[in-house]
Design a protein around this ligand. Structure first.
Ligand code: GTP
Ligand code: MG
Length: 363
């Protein structure tokens, strides 16, 4: 998974590490040093012949204590130090290569620019630590920049469902044609059932031929109730009915399917807006096909703008995908990726963990 991004960045680091020129500069800096003052003169310490009295012992202890706290004063001196950092010229050419490596791996242009700029800021004028190679410094700067891009909060759907308590939680799945919405509904049904949460499927794709039958197959296979109407009926009404049914039967979650659509299809986008307006979903999930790479990020952005999404699921991560879509979708929507689809079986779904993703890319 994400082999290409890993391979590309590894190649980039090998090259960058070799080509990075470090620059050493000597600087005089003012540092404060602490200097001990002369210790106070102590009375000569002749051993008394007689046995010491308590007062004498206390006096001696005071003197010993004063020796321990020798007075210090601060003074400033100039000291020569050597700093080592990656030269600006070298950094420019490395970041150029990095930009290409990210673009070739489906990281969207504006995201690539943001990551390279962040990396530049982290490296420019930053001193290399003692013994730190340029390659190591570049890796950790880039890693931090990618982590920063993926750091858009988290959404725990199970917690959210349990928090809601009363009434069914509506989870609506939206996205482009064929991205994997219907299959993901099957996977979610199983994940939720395993948590003891009851589910109902709503056949909200009333547009595409055989879409209702397709959801029906999943419902039967998973022994989940389904609410459906005729093809061509109002999608908002189907989901509304499903919510009423779930309320009446005490079902915890309604998984709402919707027709695949492009943001350019204004009629279908209006229909989706109506579904959302009428039913006010608790969680709207954008389902993106990771094989479509960069396009998935653009789609996520436009669905987010049209109806507002809460999180994304990226499907087909089992195929030889480049990995950049994950980074781009998080950046473009500022909403977390919560699951990855990893196959065509109901169990082929994994929680998305940004830390794991970054480690995978850099391992
Ligand atoms: N390999 C793989 N295939 C997947 C995954 N998720 C979905 N698919 C397949 O992708 C195809 C499309 O999936 P659907 O669930 O029908 O997609 P959809 O978004 O509902 O499609 P429309 O309803 O036409 O918009 C099917 O053949 C699925 O089996 C995945 O994670 N991995
Ligand atoms: Mg579908």
């Amino acid at each position: 998974m994400f082999g290409n991004l890993k391979k590309k960045l590894k190649g980039f680091f090998d090259k960058a590490g070799k080509e990075a020129e470090t620059e050493e500069v000597e600087e005089e800096v003012l540092v404060e040093v602490e200097e001990e003052l002369e210790a106070p003169k102590l009375p000569s310490k002749k051993k008394p012949k007689t046995t010491k009295k308590t007062e004498e012992l206390e006096e001696e202890k005071k003197i010993e204590d004063s020796k321990a706290e020798k007075p210090k004063k601060k003074r400033s001196i100039f000291k020569k130090i050597t700093r080592r950092h990656i030269s600006e010229k070298s950094l420019d050419s490395i970041l150029w290569e990095l930009e290409l490596a990210l673009l070739e791996n489906d990281v969207a242009k504006e995201v690539t620019e943001s990551i390279t700029e962040d990396t530049r800021e982290r490296l420019l004028d930053a001193d290399l630590k003692k013994g730190e190679t340029a390659e190591k410094a570049i890796t950790s700067a880039l890693k931090a920049a990618i982590e920063n891009t993926l750091d858009v909060g988290d959404l725990d759907i199970i917690e959210k469902i349990r928090e809601k308590g009363e009434g069914p939680t509506l989870i609506l799945f939206v996205g482009f044609n064929g991205s994997g919405k219907t299959m993901t509904i099957g996977k979610f049904a199983q994940v939720l059932q395993n948590e003891g949460i009851s589910v109902l499927m709503a056949a909200g794709d009333t547009f595409r031929a055989a879409a209702i039958e397709q959801l029906d197959v999943h419902a039967k296979a998973l022994k989940v109730p389904i609410v459906k109407q005729q093809r061509g009926s109002d999608a908002a009404a189907v989901i509304y009915d499903a919510l009423e049914h779930a309320k009446a039967k005490g079902i915890d979650v309604v998984l709402g399917d919707t027709a695949g659509r492009s943001h350019a299809d204004l009629n279908l986008m209006d229909e989706l807006k109506k579904v959302v307006r009428v039913n006010n979903p608790d969680i709207t999930i954008f389902v993106g096909d990771s094989l479509t790479g960069n396009d998935a990020a653009e789609q996520a952005k436009s669905f987010n703008e049209a109806v507002g999404i809460d999180a994304s699921v990226l499907t087909k991560a089992d195929c030889d995908v480049k990995g950049g879509a994950c980074i781009s979708i998080s950046y473009m929507t500022e909403k977390p990726i919560i699951y990855l689809g990893t196959g065509q079986g109901y169990g082929d779904i994994e929680e998305f963990n940004p830390d794991w993703f970054v480690e995978k890319v850099f391992e």
